[in-house]
Design a binder for this molecule. Sequence first.
Ligand SMILES: C[S@@+](CC[C@H](N)C(=O)[O-])C[C@H]1O[C@@H](n2cnc3c(N)ncnc32)[C@H](O)[C@@H]1O
Length: 301
Amino acid sequence: MKQLKPVQAEAPSFSSSTSVLAATCSSSSSTDVLEIELLLDALHRAHEYDFRGYARPSLTRRLAQAREHFGCRSYSQLQDLLLHEPMALPKLLGYLTVQVSEMFRDPGYFRALRQEVVPHLKTYPSLKVWVAGCGAGEELYSLAILFREEELEDRTVFYATDIDRDALKQAEAGIYSLDRLALFTTNHRRSGAKGSLSEYYHAGSRAAVFDRTLRKRTVFAEHNLVSDAVFAEAHLISCRNVLIYFGRPLQGRAVGLFTEALARKGFLGLGDKETLRSTGHDEAFEPFVPRERIYRKRGEL
Ligand SMILES: C[S@@+](CC[C@H](N)C(=O)[O-])C[C@H]1O[C@@H](n2cnc3c(N)ncnc32)[C@H](O)[C@@H]1O
């Protein structure tokens, strides 16, 4: 990643006046569109983060929130800030990468893994599982717990990757606020749990710390599905609630990576919001649990 020399020690002080300005001289939407293109180009050229192929409606919404947060009158002003104030980058990335998640989110997906996929995984002596776009780790811990419950943990290496460094740090820490645990517990039970979720964490006064042994077989790494190469020869790739943020060509690129990364007859779990349709790679897979968008790579590939 290129390091740009800071030209200002502190964030510019145009914040309070700009909300008024933004309200009074709102730019035309075609100007916004142009300025957003230029901003994304600058983000790519200066920092090598490429959001140019993300689905525009939600990206535009998130950029508008970032612009509001930074108190910028226009996207050009936000671009200026990005180029001259290094501290702006992580914050902007925080807006551009959506971090909504739950443990055992959509429990039917995990139930389908247990019931339909695990029996096949049990036939392999060693396993690699890639959690692509793992966010703050909720999906990773869900899979690690499921693999322990299904007695697959000892033969498995997990690769947990994301574009967002801060999210990866949270994933490595495995600490979640107590107010989220009721939902995690319900989801876990609905996923066909074999025990209680409370066996896997220690609750403090405000947060629960998940058992570090759950991640002892996990490699955490920054990996960008837009620009980086294939990660590992995997038996299962779980990439949920990530492709929805991509435009079609980018979805195609990511699924192309998964196709290359998967072992013969490996499984790809996308979750119920995404599909292989129109990615250009649906031929490479057979639907395995269609309801949960779990696919299996065809054996002849
Ligand atoms: C909504 S979260 C999904 C987290 C988890 N997979 C789940 O379903 O609970 C989307 C994640 O995708 C990550 N992401 C977005 N663009 C990415 C990219 N180009 N490469 C890798 N991860 C990306 C974000 O940083 C974020 O952690």
